[in-house]
Design a protein around this ligand. Sequence first.
Ligand code: PMP
Length: 396
Amino acid sequence: MHLSSILQRFNEPETLKMAKLGRELRAQGIDVIDLSLGEPDFDTPQHIKDAAIKAIEDNWSHYTPVAGYLDLREAVCFKFKRDNNLDYKPENIVVSTGAKQSLANAILALTDDGDEVIIPTPYWVTYSELVKIARGKVVELHTTTESGFKITPQQLEDTITDKTRVFLFSSPCNPSGAVYSKEELEGLAEVFRKHPDVTILSDEIYEYINFVGKHESIAQFEDLKDRVVVINGLSKGFAMTGWRIGYIAANAQIAKACEKIQGQMTSGTNSIAQKAAVVALTTDLRPSMEMVEEFTRRRQRVLELVKEIPGIKCFEPEGAFYIFPDVSSYYGKSYGTTTINNSADFSMFLLNTAHVSSVMGDAFGEPDCVRFSFANSMQNIERAWARIKEALSKLK
Ligand code: PMP
């Protein structure tokens, strides 16, 4: 069997691998608590579901325009004005099958063989793999718990070379929960002004899940806006992961390029989900804000529970629904025949001993950390962290 060399270039998502291992244990009758996956545990709000049902009844069943229905692209523009005070036109918007496809389109549209793509660590697992698929070169820019998992303007300046084409980051960040303030973004913007060939991919999919206040987009700096591609979607803020709606806002040339790629890969995304997305983006945000209130309570509780466990150093997330603690003080410790040498061992130990799934930090470019989601019920969070505490106390 001959399989193509492209498969050698990238890995399968660690997040999905852990979820699969958890499911396998569950199939054996084991009560596994899933803290590995990145999706809200809430149902999609009723008014959005109603819009989808109506779309089926109204026979929105044909192929859709590649970049998305016009009314949806207008709704996305409305959302950018309402939430971010950003002016876009429908020609700037491309709707895709999830923000993952939006990212893939943009990376393929902007990266040539050997082009450097700077990605601050920790980063969402898929970023580096998409760059590898596009034959770009991933340049990791390391941050630490001490720096609040954020880069400084100086670090950025020192990392940009004449081969740098793209800078790719998320704020709020998956997995660290770091959120850049307006002042911090202005510091980075100052550096980008000196490097006009660099395009900025700003993944803002966790926009609403923000515990520190107002979301800030790097696209707000008028002189940079034309080379910022904002990535966003409905998965996280509206509990619509399975509906698969993501979008970009970009200058018309980049938007056209993304549309061209998507036109051959998948065409326009699902018609019913698009019609529901129009309603999600243009009506009451109250249901989304209620979810955020619940995430706020859970974040608080998880931080209390983690503090009770010795040897875990935890940055307090400012957004998204994960904690990403440094667990390296457990490396070198053993229980029976199991020794923990790295974050993969740590994650597997918790899965097998505490029956709690998490995701190893190596997958996000930070080998000292492990990601735990708090997108699970308060009850499961309490149970999971009690089990984790007990399992870790066995390591000597
Ligand atoms: N960006 C980030 C940072 C994410 O965490 C995710 C989902 N885990 C995505 C993009 C993709 O979201 P979707 O494809 O569901 O829209």
